[in-house]
Design a protein around this ligand. Structure first.
Ligand code: UDP
Ligand code: MG
Length: 137
């Protein structure tokens, strides 16, 4: 059983698709092991995305991620990391496969509705960033 961290980003919350995102994960047989809504500070967003610190989009991305509330969740299931990435679609919605969350709801390469850990290593950093073991079920 594998766990991954997903986020409905501020644009996803504004677009009213929190339930739609969760439904797509659940319909693919994945379980929600933990869930919370919160508003990241700029510093929180910078720490969460520290792997992208040197990238040209880092400043804009961390501004966007702290502009409004997000929903963070831990998703559990066989191959959960890859499954969530598949349900999300490619980073750039223009490249995202039809029927993926990003193809259906993203409006911009940055404002792409959803985050999902890209590897076991990322998940191991991102899950405890938001959740203690007592908050995972
Ligand atoms: N992003 C961006 N411009 C880019 C690449 C990424 O604004 O050229 C944003 C986008 O919101 C993306 C996030 O930065 O989801 C993290 O980028 P990453 O390459 O990790 O993509 P992801 O893992 O989210 O598909
Ligand atoms: Mg990533």
């Amino acid at each position: 059983m594998e766990r991954t961290l997903s986020i409905v980003k501020p644009d996803g919350v504004k677009k009213n698709v929190i339930g739609e995102v969760i439904k797509r994960f659940e319909q693919k047989g994945l379980r929600i092991a933990g869930l919370r809504m919160l508003h990241l500070s700029r510093q929180d967003a910078e720490n969460f995305y520290v792997v992208h610190k040197e990238r040209p989009f880092y400043g804009s991305l961390t501004g966007f991620m702290s502009e409004g509330p997000v929903v963070v969740m831990v998703i559990e299931g066989d191959g959960a990391i890859a499954k969530v990435r598949e349900i999300m679609g490619a980073t750039n919605f223009k490249d995202a496969a039809p029927g993926t969350i990003r193809a259906d709801f993203a409006t911009d390469i940055e404002r792409n509705v959803v985050h999902g850990s890209d590897s076991e290593k990322s998940a191991a950093y991102e899950i405890p960033f938001f959740f203690s073991s007592l908050e995972l079920h």
